[in-house]
Design a protein around this ligand. Structure first.
Ligand code: BV8
Length: 234
Protein backbone atom coordinates (compact mmCIF):
# COMPACT_ATOMS: atom_id res chain seq x y z
CA UNK A 1 0.00 0.00 0.00
CA UNK A 2 1.32 3.46 -0.83
CA UNK A 3 1.93 6.39 1.53
CA UNK A 4 2.15 9.88 0.09
CA UNK A 5 1.26 10.31 -3.60
CA UNK A 6 2.68 12.95 -5.96
CA UNK A 7 1.05 13.69 -9.31
CA UNK A 8 3.06 15.57 -11.97
CA UNK A 9 0.81 17.02 -14.67
CA UNK A 10 1.67 18.45 -18.08
CA UNK A 11 -0.28 20.00 -20.91
CA UNK A 12 -1.80 16.62 -21.82
CA UNK A 13 -4.08 16.61 -18.76
CA UNK A 14 -5.73 19.76 -20.11
CA UNK A 15 -5.99 18.54 -23.73
CA UNK A 16 -9.48 17.02 -23.24
CA UNK A 17 -10.55 20.35 -21.78
CA UNK A 18 -9.77 21.98 -25.13
CA UNK A 19 -6.40 23.58 -24.28
CA UNK A 20 -3.80 22.72 -26.97
CA UNK A 21 -0.60 21.09 -25.78
CA UNK A 22 2.83 22.47 -26.65
CA UNK A 23 4.42 19.81 -28.75
CA UNK A 24 1.52 18.13 -30.42
CA UNK A 25 0.80 19.13 -33.97
CA UNK A 26 -1.48 22.05 -33.10
CA UNK A 27 1.21 23.52 -30.84
CA UNK A 28 0.20 26.37 -28.61
CA UNK A 29 2.69 28.87 -30.00
CA UNK A 30 1.30 29.04 -33.55
CA UNK A 31 3.58 26.17 -34.50
CA UNK A 32 6.67 27.88 -33.12
CA UNK A 33 8.70 25.70 -30.72
CA UNK A 34 7.79 26.90 -27.23
CA UNK A 35 11.44 26.72 -26.19
CA UNK A 36 12.31 29.16 -28.99
CA UNK A 37 9.70 31.79 -28.12
CA UNK A 38 8.91 31.40 -24.39
CA UNK A 39 12.40 32.40 -23.28
CA UNK A 40 13.55 35.09 -20.89
CA UNK A 41 15.66 36.53 -23.72
CA UNK A 42 12.56 36.83 -25.92
CA UNK A 43 10.80 38.61 -23.06
CA UNK A 44 13.59 41.19 -22.68
CA UNK A 45 13.87 41.67 -26.46
CA UNK A 46 10.17 42.10 -27.09
CA UNK A 47 8.02 42.17 -23.95
CA UNK A 48 5.02 43.42 -25.99
CA UNK A 49 4.85 40.10 -27.93
CA UNK A 50 5.00 38.09 -24.71
CA UNK A 51 2.42 40.24 -22.91
CA UNK A 52 0.08 39.97 -25.93
CA UNK A 53 0.50 36.18 -26.07
CA UNK A 54 -0.37 35.67 -22.41
CA UNK A 55 -3.17 38.25 -22.49
CA UNK A 56 -4.68 36.22 -25.34
CA UNK A 57 -3.98 32.88 -23.65
CA UNK A 58 -5.71 34.13 -20.46
CA UNK A 59 -8.82 34.95 -22.56
CA UNK A 60 -8.61 31.66 -24.53
CA UNK A 61 -8.53 29.47 -21.44
CA UNK A 62 -10.89 31.50 -19.24
CA UNK A 63 -13.96 29.41 -20.18
CA UNK A 64 -12.19 26.04 -20.27
CA UNK A 65 -13.49 23.48 -17.83
CA UNK A 66 -11.72 20.68 -15.94
CA UNK A 67 -12.17 17.16 -17.34
CA UNK A 68 -12.61 13.77 -15.55
CA UNK A 69 -8.85 13.48 -14.99
CA UNK A 70 -8.81 16.68 -12.90
CA UNK A 71 -11.91 15.62 -10.98
CA UNK A 72 -10.42 12.18 -10.30
CA UNK A 73 -7.53 13.95 -8.51
CA UNK A 74 -10.08 15.78 -6.33
CA UNK A 75 -11.74 12.44 -5.50
CA UNK A 76 -8.37 10.89 -4.64
CA UNK A 77 -7.50 13.86 -2.41
CA UNK A 78 -10.84 13.51 -0.59
CA UNK A 79 -10.96 9.71 -0.18
CA UNK A 80 -7.33 8.54 0.03
CA UNK A 81 -6.41 8.10 3.71
CA UNK A 82 -2.94 6.50 3.53
CA UNK A 83 -1.04 9.76 3.03
CA UNK A 84 -1.12 13.10 1.26
CA UNK A 85 -1.92 13.60 -2.45
CA UNK A 86 0.01 16.56 -3.92
CA UNK A 87 -0.06 17.98 -7.45
CA UNK A 88 3.03 19.42 -9.14
CA UNK A 89 1.89 21.02 -12.38
CA UNK A 90 3.83 22.39 -15.34
CA UNK A 91 0.62 23.97 -16.57
CA UNK A 92 -0.13 27.66 -16.21
CA UNK A 93 -3.89 27.08 -16.60
CA UNK A 94 -5.99 26.80 -13.43
CA UNK A 95 -7.98 23.66 -14.24
CA UNK A 96 -6.62 21.81 -11.22
CA UNK A 97 -7.97 24.54 -8.95
CA UNK A 98 -11.26 24.79 -10.89
CA UNK A 99 -11.75 21.03 -10.29
CA UNK A 100 -11.22 21.50 -6.54
CA UNK A 101 -7.68 20.11 -6.37
CA UNK A 102 -5.67 21.33 -3.36
CA UNK A 103 -1.93 21.18 -2.63
CA UNK A 104 -1.21 22.33 -6.22
CA UNK A 105 2.34 23.56 -6.94
CA UNK A 106 2.70 25.57 -10.19
CA UNK A 107 6.41 25.12 -11.03
CA UNK A 108 6.14 27.01 -14.35
CA UNK A 109 3.93 29.81 -13.05
CA UNK A 110 0.27 30.58 -13.53
CA UNK A 111 -1.78 32.62 -15.99
CA UNK A 112 -3.61 34.71 -13.36
CA UNK A 113 -0.49 36.25 -11.86
CA UNK A 114 2.17 38.83 -12.72
CA UNK A 115 5.48 39.42 -11.00
CA UNK A 116 7.29 42.75 -10.61
CA UNK A 117 10.88 42.40 -11.82
CA UNK A 118 11.79 45.43 -9.71
CA UNK A 119 10.51 44.44 -6.26
CA UNK A 120 9.68 40.76 -6.80
CA UNK A 121 6.10 41.01 -5.57
CA UNK A 122 3.52 38.73 -7.20
CA UNK A 123 0.05 40.13 -7.95
CA UNK A 124 -3.14 38.58 -9.25
CA UNK A 125 -3.66 39.62 -12.87
CA UNK A 126 -7.09 38.87 -14.31
CA UNK A 127 -6.90 41.74 -16.82
CA UNK A 128 -4.42 42.46 -19.61
CA UNK A 129 -0.89 43.41 -18.59
CA UNK A 130 1.56 45.43 -20.68
CA UNK A 131 4.84 47.28 -20.52
CA UNK A 132 2.82 50.22 -19.16
CA UNK A 133 1.54 48.27 -16.14
CA UNK A 134 2.57 49.92 -12.85
CA UNK A 135 3.52 47.75 -9.87
CA UNK A 136 1.02 48.42 -7.06
CA UNK A 137 3.76 47.82 -4.49
CA UNK A 138 6.86 49.73 -5.68
CA UNK A 139 4.93 51.92 -8.19
CA UNK A 140 7.56 51.32 -10.90
CA UNK A 141 6.14 51.15 -14.46
CA UNK A 142 7.16 48.64 -17.12
CA UNK A 143 8.62 45.94 -14.87
CA UNK A 144 5.51 43.77 -14.51
CA UNK A 145 5.95 40.41 -16.26
CA UNK A 146 3.49 37.51 -16.54
CA UNK A 147 4.30 35.15 -13.64
CA UNK A 148 5.30 32.49 -16.15
CA UNK A 149 8.65 30.68 -15.86
CA UNK A 150 10.32 31.09 -19.25
CA UNK A 151 13.09 28.89 -20.58
CA UNK A 152 16.29 30.07 -18.96
CA UNK A 153 14.54 30.98 -15.68
CA UNK A 154 14.61 28.97 -12.48
CA UNK A 155 11.48 27.07 -11.48
CA UNK A 156 9.16 28.16 -8.70
CA UNK A 157 8.91 26.19 -5.42
CA UNK A 158 11.73 23.77 -6.28
CA UNK A 159 12.57 23.20 -2.57
CA UNK A 160 8.96 22.22 -1.88
CA UNK A 161 9.05 19.92 -4.92
CA UNK A 162 12.21 18.15 -3.73
CA UNK A 163 10.59 17.54 -0.31
CA UNK A 164 7.44 16.11 -1.93
CA UNK A 165 9.51 13.83 -4.18
CA UNK A 166 11.63 12.55 -1.28
CA UNK A 167 8.55 11.69 0.79
CA UNK A 168 6.28 10.15 -1.85
CA UNK A 169 5.81 6.41 -2.37
CA UNK A 170 3.78 6.69 -5.55
CA UNK A 171 4.70 9.11 -8.37
CA UNK A 172 2.16 9.56 -11.16
CA UNK A 173 2.94 11.56 -14.34
CA UNK A 174 -0.11 12.57 -16.37
CA UNK A 175 0.09 14.11 -19.85
CA UNK A 176 3.68 15.25 -20.00
CA UNK A 177 6.14 14.59 -22.81
CA UNK A 178 9.16 14.67 -20.50
CA UNK A 179 10.73 17.23 -22.85
CA UNK A 180 11.46 19.90 -20.26
CA UNK A 181 14.12 19.99 -17.56
CA UNK A 182 14.08 19.76 -14.58
CA UNK A 183 10.46 18.48 -14.44
CA UNK A 184 11.63 15.52 -16.54
CA UNK A 185 13.93 14.42 -13.70
CA UNK A 186 11.19 14.23 -11.06
CA UNK A 187 10.20 10.62 -11.78
CA UNK A 188 13.77 9.35 -11.40
CA UNK A 189 14.18 11.48 -8.24
CA UNK A 190 11.05 9.94 -6.72
CA UNK A 191 12.24 6.47 -7.75
CA UNK A 192 15.59 7.10 -6.05
CA UNK A 193 13.69 7.70 -2.81
CA UNK A 194 11.77 4.45 -3.21
CA UNK A 195 8.58 5.48 -5.02
CA UNK A 196 6.72 3.38 -7.55
CA UNK A 197 6.32 5.38 -10.75
CA UNK A 198 3.56 5.30 -13.38
CA UNK A 199 2.86 7.45 -16.42
CA UNK A 200 -0.41 8.21 -18.14
CA UNK A 201 0.03 9.30 -21.74
CA UNK A 202 -1.22 8.67 -25.28
CA UNK A 203 2.05 6.81 -25.88
CA UNK A 204 5.32 5.91 -24.12
CA UNK A 205 7.36 9.08 -23.60
CA UNK A 206 11.06 9.79 -24.04
CA UNK A 207 11.74 9.08 -20.37
CA UNK A 208 9.52 5.97 -20.23
CA UNK A 209 12.42 4.06 -18.61
CA UNK A 210 11.83 6.10 -15.41
CA UNK A 211 8.39 4.52 -15.06
CA UNK A 212 7.49 1.09 -13.69
CA UNK A 213 4.11 1.20 -15.43
CA UNK A 214 2.55 2.96 -18.42
CA UNK A 215 -1.16 3.42 -18.94
CA UNK A 216 -1.78 4.41 -22.55
CA UNK A 217 -4.83 6.41 -23.54
CA UNK A 218 -6.55 9.73 -22.87
CA UNK A 219 -6.10 10.75 -19.23
CA UNK A 220 -9.78 11.64 -18.89
CA UNK A 221 -10.67 8.02 -19.65
CA UNK A 222 -7.74 6.16 -18.07
CA UNK A 223 -7.06 8.00 -14.81
CA UNK A 224 -10.50 7.85 -13.11
CA UNK A 225 -10.60 3.99 -13.16
CA UNK A 226 -7.06 3.95 -11.81
CA UNK A 227 -8.15 6.14 -8.88
CA UNK A 228 -11.02 3.70 -8.29
CA UNK A 229 -8.49 0.86 -8.13
CA UNK A 230 -6.20 2.75 -5.71
CA UNK A 231 -9.14 3.53 -3.40
CA UNK A 232 -10.36 -0.10 -3.47
CA UNK A 233 -6.93 -1.21 -2.23
CA UNK A 234 -7.28 0.80 1.02
C1 BV8 B 1 15.80 25.73 -15.79
C2 BV8 B 1 6.04 28.28 -19.52
C3 BV8 B 1 17.75 26.26 -14.58
C4 BV8 B 1 5.52 28.79 -20.79
C5 BV8 B 1 7.44 26.36 -19.73
C6 BV8 B 1 19.48 21.68 -23.32
C7 BV8 B 1 19.19 20.37 -22.99
C8 BV8 B 1 18.36 20.08 -21.90
C9 BV8 B 1 17.79 21.10 -21.14
C10 BV8 B 1 18.07 22.40 -21.47
C11 BV8 B 1 18.92 22.70 -22.57
N1 BV8 B 1 18.99 24.06 -22.65
C12 BV8 B 1 18.27 24.62 -21.66
C13 BV8 B 1 17.69 23.62 -20.94
C14 BV8 B 1 16.79 23.81 -19.76
C15 BV8 B 1 15.36 24.12 -20.25
C16 BV8 B 1 14.82 22.94 -21.05
O1 BV8 B 1 14.38 21.97 -20.50
N2 BV8 B 1 14.88 23.06 -22.39
C17 BV8 B 1 14.43 21.94 -23.21
C18 BV8 B 1 13.11 22.26 -23.88
C19 BV8 B 1 15.53 21.69 -24.25
N3 BV8 B 1 14.58 24.30 -19.06
C20 BV8 B 1 14.52 25.51 -18.46
O2 BV8 B 1 15.01 26.53 -18.93
C21 BV8 B 1 13.81 25.55 -17.13
N4 BV8 B 1 14.62 26.23 -16.16
O3 BV8 B 1 16.29 24.74 -16.27
O4 BV8 B 1 16.37 26.45 -14.77
C22 BV8 B 1 18.41 27.20 -15.53
C23 BV8 B 1 18.44 28.54 -15.20
C24 BV8 B 1 19.09 29.42 -16.07
C25 BV8 B 1 19.67 28.96 -17.25
C26 BV8 B 1 19.59 27.61 -17.60
C27 BV8 B 1 18.95 26.71 -16.73
C28 BV8 B 1 12.50 26.28 -17.25
C29 BV8 B 1 11.50 25.39 -17.94
C30 BV8 B 1 10.12 26.05 -17.90
C31 BV8 B 1 9.81 26.59 -19.27
N5 BV8 B 1 8.43 27.06 -19.31
N6 BV8 B 1 6.22 26.86 -19.70
C32 BV8 B 1 4.07 28.40 -20.89
O5 BV8 B 1 3.66 27.40 -20.29
O6 BV8 B 1 3.38 29.14 -21.61
S1 BV8 B 1 7.66 24.79 -20.26
C33 BV8 B 1 6.34 24.23 -21.16
O7 BV8 B 1 6.68 22.85 -21.47
C34 BV8 B 1 5.02 24.13 -20.40
O8 BV8 B 1 5.13 24.43 -19.02
C35 BV8 B 1 4.70 22.65 -20.55
O9 BV8 B 1 3.89 22.16 -19.56
C36 BV8 B 1 6.07 22.12 -20.45
C37 BV8 B 1 6.30 20.67 -20.66
O10 BV8 B 1 5.58 20.27 -21.75
P1 BV8 B 1 4.37 19.24 -21.49
O11 BV8 B 1 3.52 19.77 -20.40
O12 BV8 B 1 4.93 17.89 -21.30
O13 BV8 B 1 3.57 19.42 -22.81
P2 BV8 B 1 3.91 18.75 -24.23
O14 BV8 B 1 3.06 19.42 -25.26
O15 BV8 B 1 5.41 18.70 -24.42
O16 BV8 B 1 3.43 17.23 -24.05
C38 BV8 B 1 2.07 16.93 -23.84
C39 BV8 B 1 2.01 15.44 -23.57
O17 BV8 B 1 0.67 15.11 -23.27
C40 BV8 B 1 2.44 14.61 -24.75
O18 BV8 B 1 3.32 13.58 -24.30
C41 BV8 B 1 1.13 14.00 -25.27
O19 BV8 B 1 1.31 12.69 -25.78
C42 BV8 B 1 0.31 13.95 -24.01
N7 BV8 B 1 -1.13 14.04 -24.20
C43 BV8 B 1 -1.81 14.77 -25.12
N8 BV8 B 1 -3.15 14.58 -24.93
C44 BV8 B 1 -3.28 13.73 -23.88
C45 BV8 B 1 -2.01 13.38 -23.41
N9 BV8 B 1 -1.81 12.54 -22.38
C46 BV8 B 1 -2.90 12.00 -21.80
N10 BV8 B 1 -4.16 12.30 -22.18
C47 BV8 B 1 -4.39 13.15 -23.22
N11 BV8 B 1 -5.65 13.41 -23.59
Amino acid sequence: MYGNIVILSGAGISAESGIPTFRDCNGLWNNHKVEDVATIQAYYQNPKVIHNFYNQLRKDIEDKKPNPAHFAITRLQHEYKNGTVSVITQNVDLLHEKAGNVNVVHIHGQIDQSVCMNCGKIITSLEDTSVETVCPFCHIQGKMKPNIVFFGENLLSLNQVQKLLSECRLFIAIGTSGAVYPANTFASNAKYYGADTIEFNLHETINHYDFDNHIVGPAGQMFPPYVEKILKQI
